[in-house]
Structures are given as C-alpha cells and as structure tokens.
Design a protein around this ligand. Structure first.
Ligand SMILES: Cc1cc2nc3c(=O)[nH]c(=O)nc-3n(C[C@H](O)[C@H](O)[C@H](O)COP(=O)(O)OP(=O)(O)OC[C@H]3O[C@@H](n4cnc5c(N)ncnc54)[C@H](O)[C@@H]3O)c2cc1C
Length: 470
C-alpha cells in the first residue's frame, strides 16, 4: 500500500524530513519542489478540471536518478505520478489520489539521428516539437504530430500512445516506437533502445509500456522510427454545405488513392469561435456548415491530384489550397486552436471517441441532436481526426449534475456503433469506469495481472486507468 504524501503535513504517513532529505540526496535541493508557488502548475491538469492537493515535485535528470527516486518512494511507501508536459486530457498527469509528481522534463538526452536506420533515441522529457526539429535538421521526419507539440513530451506521448494529425499515414505512437527504457517499481531498469527492425525475442515490452499511462513504470528514454519527409506538400481547406456531405467526402477522398497525411473535420460553430477568439481572417467570406482540412504529401507534385479528387465532391461550396509552409500553417491554425478556444469558455465536458469511419457523420449529427434536445442550455463543439474515425466531442454550459448522464448517453452511442470510448487521449481518471464495458472482464483481469506483476505495491498512479477493484 502507498501513502499519500502532503508536503505540508507532518503525520501520519512518511516522515516529511526523512523522505524529502532522501530525495534531496538523489537530485539535490533545487530539484525537490514543495513551495505551492512553484509546484502549482504541476498540480493542475491542462483542462483545469483535475486539481491535486499540495504535493512534492521531484525532477531527476538521468535514468539513474529516476531509479533512485523510485526506490526512495518505494521505501517510504509514497505513490508516484510520472508527469511530462502535463498536456494530458484525461486527468492522469496530476497526483489526485496522493503521492508525488516525478517530472521527466529534465530527461533531455537527444542522440544524433541515425539516418541510415531511420532511428532517433531521445530522453522522455524532450518535447515533441524539439524532437521534430532535431529530426528535420538531419533530413528526416517523425510521423506523430499534435497541437500540443511544444509542451507534450515524447515520454508522455508514448505513455498515452498519442495519435494526432497523421495517424492515417503513420499510425499511432505505438506504430512508431521501436525501443524503450523504463524504470520499474523496484528501481530496476528495462533498457531496450537498440531499435532493431527485426527482433523477435518474446514479449513486446515497448508496446506494453506504450499506452500504460504511467501505471507500470517511468519511461526515461525511447527510440522512434523516422522517415524521409516528402518534398511536395499541400493543404486543402474544403467548405461543405452539411456535416453529412463533409463526412461522406472523407470516404471519397480516402478511396481516391491520394497520398493523404491528414483529414480533419471542423464544424461551422467551432470555426467561427476560432475566428472570433483569435481574430483570424475569414477564409471564404462567409461561414459554412462543415469543413475538412486535408494534407497530402508525396515525392512528386500533389496539388493537381488533390484538386481533381476534390472537384467531384458532393456538397462542396468552396476550397482554399496552400502549398508552402507559412500558408499551410495558417490554414492549420483554424483546426489546432479548437482545444484552446473551447477551454477558454470554461472547462468543457471532453470526450475523445472513435467510430467506424463510415459512421462519423451519423454519430456527429445524432450527438448534436441528442445533447441539444436534452440540455438546451449546453453547446456542443465537435472536431476531430475524421480520416481515422476519431471525433472530439466537447460540451460547454452543462451543470455539474448533468455531465455524467450526458457523457453516458454519448458513450453508449459510441459503443452501440462498435466504436471506442477513448480514441487517443487514454483512460486516465476520466474514463476508467468505462474500461470494463469497453474491454470486457477478461481483458481487465489481464490488465490487473500485468499491473500486479510489475507494480505489486501499487506505487505507480493509484486511481488511474484501472477501474476500482470490485
Ligand atoms: C492543445 C492540445 C492538443 C492535443 N492534441 C492531441 C492529439 O491530437 N492527439 C493526442 O493523442 N493527444 C492530444 N492531446 C493530449 C496530450 O497532448 C497527449 O496525451 C500527450 O501525449 C501528453 O504528453 P505529456 O508529456 O503532456 O504527458 P502528461 O500530460 O504529463 O501525462 C499524460 C499521462 O502520461 C503519463 N506519463 C507522462 N510521461 C510519462 C513517462 N515519462 N513515463 C510514464 N508515464 C508518463 C502521465 O502519468 C499521465 O498519465 C492534446 C492536448 C492539448 C492540450
């Protein structure tokens, strides 16, 4: 059993002086934070919905220090919450159920790019943005990208098996992960960073830790797969007369043999919210019901191929195309600012779900109709990675008592469509009561067996991912 550790309390629980002194002995006094004015940002999640009480934050700089910190926590029986950039959206990155934060942001090893092998080894605390820039400087690229790239860490993206903008071409983080280094609950270390293309020697440990949300150990470094970037890239912003025609167009574009990197869905109200919140220009002179943002990339020019595929789409009202970096980025801003703009209204009810690609339109329309009928005071904001069936549903203006039933009816619809209650953000605290329903009793029993085998004292992440024991 672990004990909650409050930096301000003296007893019961571990002796504050003994515990903190032991941590200081490992990482030095400058890297053991307990004053509320410096720990504050580590203890509330990005959404503002999950706030931990006072807690210590420790910042190891090496794998060895991380292992020693975990040993200290194990001896004192203090729970551990690994934290990267704290951009997670399901409440797993803050120690709500007690314990301390182990921040990985000083684990900033960044090896030379192995161009021949297409591999890069990086410390868990390197941001996704820095990893991209490092790869690009060597003439290579990493296939996982998302809006929080300049805060999210590579360790956090592996811990959550993050998806992002380019899953239709490069897959989720797990598909791009070829090696891992992890500190286990007893302080021992799995070191498997070679990143061999072929290594068929038993269980896939990197795959197991990917998506484990800090519940099995602290990832200290990873090796990822890189590819050669395509020289020709084009972004199209397509405006449609309805959600139905926009989502039908996703299927047409996918069938058109285009070298697609991304197909993102936005709806009219969200687009207008971004425009007004960030004072962005109107792209088309008037608003439209729904939009798709489409990226294509190839070795040869792609603009004509995209234009010809788009020309046949039903319900298309307008289109804008950009084929240079700055203009492509300015079209992407309308999509990437959604999370921030909606958060600015107040913490929304956030659901990140997936349904079969052919059901995205039906799911979106039914969700909007259902929420508007049952909660007229609420507003539904929907966007997502439509190319892989991933829809982000955000609802603002709900009173606290309505959140759970509202979420339940949407997640029921997801399950009835053979979808997933978590497409890419993970389970965290937000979805753990849905895990059993989504995965079934056998999977959850296996999850518990893995957890018990690797973390018998339950030191990592109490209250995260696994449902409370029956
Ligand atoms: C604006 C915005 C856009 C986003 N877009 C996307 C998107 O498109 N796709 C997507 O999948 N997600 C997206 N996210 C969610 C978030 O960015 C990802 O979940 C990201 O992977 C979290 O990385 P992080 O370093 O911030 O992890 P944190 O938030 O710090 O932690 C997330 C979880 O991982 C665990 N963890 C973190 N680091 C480690 C480690 N080194 N070892 C073990 N466990 C660890 C934590 O305990 C926690 O459970 C977005 C978030 C924001 C704010």
């Amino acid at each position: 059993m672990t004990t909650s550790f409050d930096a301000e309390s003296s007893s019961p629980g571990p002796s504050r002086a003994g515990f903190v002194d032991d941590l200081i002995g490992v990482v030095g006094a400058d890297n053991v934070l307990s004053a509320p004015e410096v720990t504050g940002s580590y203890l509330v999640d990005w959404t503002g919905r999950f706030r931990a009480g006072p807690a210590v934050v420790v910042r190891p700089a090496t794998t060895e220090e991380t292992a020693a910190v975990v040993r200290v926590c194990s001896i004192h029986g203090v729970a551990v919450c690994p934290q990267g950039g704290n951009t997670g959206l399901v409440g797993g990155s803050v120690p709500l159920d007690g314990g301390l934060v182990v921040s990985t942001r000083r684990l900033r090893r960044l090896d030379a790019v192995d161009v021949a092998a297409g591999r890069l080894t990086a410390g868990a605390g390197v941001t996704l943005g820095d990893l991209h820039r490092h790869a690009i400087a060597a003439g290579m690229a990493y296939g996982v990208d998302l809006g929080a790239r300049d805060s999210a860490t590579i360790g956090g993206t592996v811990a959550t098996n993050a998806g992002g903008n380019n899953v239709i071409r490069y897959g989720m983080t797990r598909d791009n992960l070829v090696g891992i280094e992890v500190v286990l609950a007893d302080g021992s270390v799995i070191r498997d960073l070679a990143g061999l293309e072929k290594d068929n020697t038993g269980y896939d440990l990197a795959g197991l830790f990917c998506g484990s949300e800090g519940t099995l150990g602290i990832i200290t470094a990873v090796t990822v797969r890189l590819h050669r970037p395509f020289p020709e890239m084009v972004t199209g912003l397509l405006a449609f007369d309805s959600v139905a025609t926009a989502t039908a167009a996703v299927r047409s574009l996918t069938a058109a043999y285009l070298p697609l990197e991304a197909i993102e869905l936005m709806l009219g109200p969200g687009f207008e919210l971004i425009r007004s919140t960030f004072d962005l220009p109107s792209v088309f002179g008037r608003g439209h019901a729904a939009y798709l943002l489409v990226d294509c990339a190839d070795a040869t020019p792609v603009t004509e191929r995209l234009a010809s595929a788009v020309g046949d789409l039903d319900g298309l009202e307008d289109a804008a195309v950009a084929d240079d970096g700055p203009r492509r980025s300015s079209l992407w801003r309308y999509r990437e600012l959604h999370t921030e703009a909606v958060a600015g209204i107040g913490p929304p009810l956030k659901l990140d779900v997936s349904v079969p690609v052919g059901d995205v339109g039906r799911f979106v329309e039914q969700t909007i109709d259902d929420v508007e009928a049952s909660h007229p005071e609420a507003r539904v904001w929907i966007w997502g990675h439509a190319g892989d069936g991933n829809v982000h549903v955000n609802i603002t203006g709900l009173d606290a008592a309505s959140e759970e039933p509202c979420a339940a009816s949407i997640l029921d619809l997801v399950i009835s469509l053979d979808g997933s209650v978590s497409a890419e953000h993970g389970i965290g605290r937000l979805k753990k009561d849905w895990l059993l329903r989504q995965r079934g009793p056998v999977d959850v029993r296996v999850f518990r067996a893995i957890k018990t085998a690797l973390d018998p004292e339950g030191i990592f992440q109490p209250g995260v991912l696994l449902p409370d024991a029956p």
